[in-house]
Write a protein that binds this ligand. Structure first.
Ligand SMILES: [Zn+2]
Length: 238
């Protein structure tokens, strides 16, 4: 993401938080979006437990990327803050992170199943099957749980050799989806795409339980026209 002022980043993170609500991805208060300013070394994230309809840009909390210390804001940051921080620290190319418990994507996470690429809607956003983490251990859950959640996402991507820019989503087993993108809106768009793709995949398997993944050449064509050096879809990155 090109560098923006802190008030502008607050506004963008606020809009991404509104976007995931509008897209129907948030039940109760299960959901949070964040954005990062690499030059300033800070992340802006939703506060913990503030109802979405009362959320204003000035409620967002600014924390230091390095150690998670709150540097601006009256409220406590989202309890998922350490997960977001872990992803930003490991993947310098990402500028926004979103977490929800959206129904269809969470169903795959609860089933412990990766989402197979069945069609072009999937391939437009995700390069191959969307991975699911292993179950977290009692020690991980009993310890620094939220930071360990970030670690298990990173472990999953690295084990599968998936670059974060090509696979902007991971399902945390028995929990739900985390997505990311070049900025907060892109991360929110990927959360919306993931939910749609998850619902479509479940319906595909209901109609045809032995359905196989789409052809590789079709997936490559769709992914590459939106991503990478030869992308030609849309109006280019703003
Ligand atoms: Zn959660």
């Amino acid at each position: 993401m090109s560098s923006v002022s802190l008030p502008e980043l607050r506004e963008r993170v606020w809009r991404a938080n509104q976007a995931i609500v509008r897209a129907g991805l948030v039940t109760l208060s299960f959901g949070n979006a964040s954005g990062v300013d690499r030059r300033a070394g800070v992340m802006v994230i939703k506060p913990s437990g503030v109802p979405y309809d009362e959320l204003k840009p000035e409620h967002l909390v600014v924390v230091r990327l390095e150690d998670g210390r709150v540097v601006e804001g009256e409220l406590r940051p989202s309890s998922d803050t350490p997960t977001h921080l872990a992803l930003y620290r490991r993947f310098p190319e990402i500028g926004g992170v979103v977490h929800t418990h959206s129904t269809a994507a969470t169903a795959w996470a609860q089933a412990g199943r990766p989402i197979p690429p069945f069609g072009t809607t999937h391939a437009d956003h995700f390069h191959g099957q969307v991975p699911v983490t292993r179950q977290m251990t009692p020690d991980e859950v009993g310890g620094e749980y939220e930071a360990e959640t970030g670690a298990v996402i990173i472990e999953t991507l690295e084990r599968l050799g998936l670059p974060a820019a090509e696979m902007p989503a991971t399902l945390v087993a028995s929990h739900g989806p985390f997505t990311w993108g070049r900025d907060p809106q892109d991360a929110a768009d990927n959360a919306t795409a993931l939910e749609v793709v998850a619902a479509m995949a479940a319906q595909t398997l209901a109609l045809r339980p032995d359905a196989g993944p789409m052809a590789d050449y079709l997936m490559e064509r769709h992914f590459r026209r939106k991503h990478g050096p030869n992308a030609y879809y849309g109006q280019g990155h703003r």
